[in-house]
Design a protein around this ligand. Structure first.
Ligand code: CA
Length: 531
């Protein structure tokens, strides 16, 4: 570690270090924290923060494209069945692991439950801890650390997006002859049309480019976020219902001779917790208004999924349609990660069952998400796949099924897991990379999982997930060899990671503050002027 970093850390106050930790762990509070730091600290404290951030930001080499790790990744194998299924890929937003009927919830999800029961439940399906990174991993087959999207979501006021030199899943499926459509939330870049879905392989687009919209006005921070084929427009209705309507219409009008890839991404049940009265009325027994609206929004989403299945049946293409469902991250358990809106008066309603913590964290509650796969005659009904699958695996698996090619993709982290999904064979995956950022990492190899927080004082946690899936017993002190091996792996990945455009932008904004005049108290001072 550079001497400047050590010196800076030693000379900084504990309060300053804590500020840095909070900034790094929660962008949403960053501006407020910086304002606080500036008002209570001398100018030198700002310099300390900048110095530490600068060292941390330059720690990554940004050589994602040259990643030796990625170059060594196994090439995907095409295990297509000869059929080219329609693919309906459904993503829920911030859905708690336990908040579906098939995981024991009192929230009614009969359509989701039926699909899971007639297909395979995926009980070790891992996503990234937040929206943007998971969606990027799904679209690229590569860890977000490869292209700088590993930290937080793309905030509404930021202008970066998923780099355009990535070859996305819809591009690969379109190349294979699929009709491609996104109906729902994107959240992989909104400030420049070059990041929008229509420019990234989707023939058709409908829904919000960002997300966290008001379900009824479809606005984000008072700005309309509701588009059809790149044009903003207003329409009345509850977003979940509108998304369902659009999916049904698309299926009804679809030419069955052409395979369809529909990326169906509800903004439900993300904040703000809202639902139509008829759904709220189904949960009169729930006293807490947040939990009632959250439950109602999940049932509303379930109804729309039921309508999509009915449309497939009516079109007589159900038997040749693969349906996959997942949440993009675990349910929210910390208000800081609930979204950009005010959560001060809201009781967090999500339930991740036995899994610790939730969205934003590297614990299982943030990353092991509700998921199932269903394809009549191809996925064994009533089966449970208790094998490790990472969201990056979806890309090569679907492209393989589609008979497509990954030749234009950058080196994939994902593996073709079709034999695991369809036949219950052991997963080729022996490792889960929960995330690697400049301030923390989560890595699982076999049943051993490391969570490593690197801002000082560092935190090291080691769990045996086979015996302790709830991550209650930190075994780091008992197994220093396992900690060291997993830390080595995390460091290897960190050495290849791309810089985060979010943190770089914030760092540059911090530098601009150096040019501002001193924030002195606004009072008359007696100056001892020399005569
Ligand atoms: Ca999310």
């Amino acid at each position: 570690m550079p001497a400047t970093f050590q010196g800076t850390a030693v000379s900084g106050t504990e309060a300053t270090i804590e500020e840095i930790r909070r900034i790094l762990c929660g962008h949403l509070e960053a501006k407020e924290l910086l304002r606080e730091a500036a008002s209570m600290s001398p100018r030198s404290a700002s310099l300390v923060i900048i110095a530490v951030l600068g060292v941390l930001l330059t720690a990554g080499t940004g050589l994602a494209a040259k990643s030796a790790e990625a170059q060594q990744a196994d090439p995907p194998t095409s295990l297509g069945t000869g059929k080219r299924p329609n693919i309906i890929y459904v993503v829920a937003d911030d859905l708690g692991w336990k908040d579906v009927g098939f995981h024991g919830s009192d929230i009614k999800t009969p359509n989701i439950d039926a699909l899971a029961a007639e297909g395979a439940r995926l009980e070790q399906f891992y996503a990234q801890p937040m929206c943007t990174p998971t969606r990027a991993a799904l679209m690229t087959g590569r860890y977000p650390l490869r292209y700088g999207l590993q930290t937080l979501v793309i905030p509404s006021g930021h202008s970066y997006g998923l780099p355009t030199d990535e070859w996305l899943l819809p591009q690969a499926l379109k190349e294979a002859g699929y009709q491609t459509a996104i109906i729902g939330k994107w959240h992989l870049g909104h400030a420049d049309p070059k990041y929008w879905p229509r420019q990234r392989g989707f023939d058709y687009q409908y829904g919000p480019l960002i997300g966290e919209i008001d379900y009824f006005t479809h606005e984000q921070h008072g700005v309309l976020d509701w588009y059809r084929n790149n044009k903003p427009f207003r329409e009345k209705g509850y977003s979940t219902t509108l998304i369902g309507n659009e999916a049904v219409t698309l299926i009804n009008q679809h030419d069955p001779a052409v395979p369809l890839y529909l990326y169906l991404t509800f903004n439900a049940p993300h904040t703000p917790y809202q639902a139509p009265q008829e759904y709220l009325d189904q949960y009169k027994s729930i006293a807490d208004p947040s939990r009632r609206a959250y439950a109602a929004s999940i049932t509303a989403m379930d109804d729309q999924i039921g309508r999509v299945v009915a449309a497939l049946d009516k079109k007589k293409i159900r038997d040749n349609t693969l349906i996959i469902f997942q949440s993009d991250n675990g349910g929210t358990r910390n208000a800081m990660f609930a979204g950009e809106g005010d959560m001060s008066k809201t009781k967090i309603p999500c339930d991740n069952g036995p899994y610790r913590d939730g969205k934003g964290s590297l614990y299982e509650g943030g990353t092991r998400v509700v998921a199932f796969v269903n394809w009549p005659g191809h996925i064994r009904a009533g089966s449970t796949v208790d094998e490790m699958i990472h969201v990056v695996d979806v890309y090569p698996t679907l492209v393989g099924l589609a008979g497509g090619s990954t030749a234009k993709s950058k080196p994939l982290d994902g593996m073709d897991v079709w034999p695991t999904l369809s036949e219950g064979r052991p997963s080729p995956r022996t490792e889960i990379v929960y995330n690697v950022e400049i301030f923390r990492a989560g890595i699982r190899q076999g049943d051993w999982k490391l969570i490593w927080r690197t801002p000082l004082p560092e935190g090291v946690e080691l769990y045996d997930l086979a015996r302790d899936p709830s991550e209650k017993n930190n075994l780091a002190a008992e197994h220093p060899d396992k900690v060291a091996a997993l830390q080595k792996r995390a460091n290897e990945l960190a050495a290849t990671m791309a810089k985060s455009p979010l943190l770089l932008t914030e760092f540059q904004a911090l530098r601009k503050r150096l040019a501002q005049p001193p924030a002195l108290p606004n009072q008359e001072l007696d100056l001892n002027e020399e005569p």
